[in-house]
Design a protein around this ligand. Structure first.
Ligand code: GLY
Length: 312
């Protein structure tokens, strides 16, 4: 069994001028997660660490950089799940915090509930001492520009499709064979106020079970929820499919059944991993042993040997 961290930066259309920053962002997040594993952290520590880094990176639709709802506000969703206990924590439609993924972990660790929403999630954050941040600190010039464009009646169809995509996530296996997942998003561009997507729903935005593996999903939330994508992929793995085949089967079913596009990162407890997508692009990266793997377009798989990633 080989410990591994795999991350994604959202499925969809990534404009050329942003592709390099997306690739750099996922590579850096995979490294950060892997360093946590190397330091003796659990798979849960690693996925939360990797996703926190992606939330702090304004190039992704999560935390700072989140897309805006129809009123021009940021409402975010996030989930974590621990494959050892099947414990899960999630927040939905949460505002004014920098790292929803850390709040989701607090829901798992400090409450008897699985999901807190909107103002209730905000109250819980305050009770846990999570700092409140001004909404402006989560909004980038780019997200405001996209919001304005999408309010125009003749919005560019490619831009419009982009608005349906994006999310960040990670899966990991630690040296004890425990798996975990974490997923975080600003949701979809121009969503209705109060819209909750797939991300905070167990089995949709992610699932983790030590007896089969872990999955984090990205794509059109309403489609992902209809097929319960993360759990569907683990079902295929339970039937004997590899991480790669199971991921492709789940994505193909979502495409054929509800015309939905998306992407996933998947691991099994032995450390086999896959990053697969049916959208045009998905920035992804994986760190395992002494190698960083990454890609953006279908079929792309670059590797980089990294001394820093060697486990002594
Ligand atoms: N998959 C992210 C969303 O639809 O909210």
């Amino acid at each position: 069994m080989l410990p591994v961290v795999v991350v994604h930066g959202g499925a969809g259309h990534i404009p050329k001028e942003r592709s390099e920053r997306s690739t750099e962002g996922v590579c850096s997040a995979a490294r950060a997660g892997y360093i946590i594993l190397q330091g003796g952290g659990s798979s849960m520590d690693a996925v939360v660490g990797a996703v926190t880094e992606l939330e702090n990176n304004p190039n992704f639709n999560a935390g700072c950089g989140s897309v805006l709802n129809v009123k021009g506000d940021v409402e975010m969703d996030a989930i974590v799940m621990d494959g050892k206990s099947l414990g899960s924590g999630a927040v939905s439609a949460v505002r004014n915090i920098a790292n929803p993924i850390q709040l989701a972990r607090l829901v798992m660790d400090k409450t008897s509930h699985v999901c807190l929403t909107a103002e209730g999630a905000g109250q819980f954050a305050r009770s846990m001492g999570v700092p409140e941040v001004p909404q402006e600190s989560l909004i980038t010039e780019y997200s405001r520009m996209r919001w304005k464009k999408n309010l125009e009646p003749e919005a560019n169809p490619v831009e419009f499709q982009m608005g349906k995509m994006g999310t960040v996530g990670a899966v990991a296996v630690d040296s004890e064979g425990n798996v975990a997942c974490a997923t975080s998003t600003g949701g979809i561009l121009n969503k209705m106020e109060g819209r909750v997507g797939d991300t905070p729903c167990v089995g949709c935005g992610g699932y983790a079970d030590n007896s089969s593996g872990a999955v984090s999903t990205t794509g059109h939330g309403e489609a992902i929820m209809k097929v319960i994508l993360a759990r569907l992929i683990l079902f295929h793995m339970e039937q004997g499919q590899s991480v790669e085949a199971a991921s492709d089967l789940g994505l193909a079913y979502m495409k054929s059944r509800v015309d939905g596009l998306g992407g996933v990162v998947t691991v099994d407890p032995q450390g086999h991993w896959a990053a697969r997508f049916s959208s045009g692009q998905m920035a992804w990266a994986a760190a395992q042993k002494d190698t960083l793997h990454y890609g953006l377009y279908t079929g792309e798989h670059f590797t980089q040997s990294t001394e820093m990633l060697l486990i002594d």
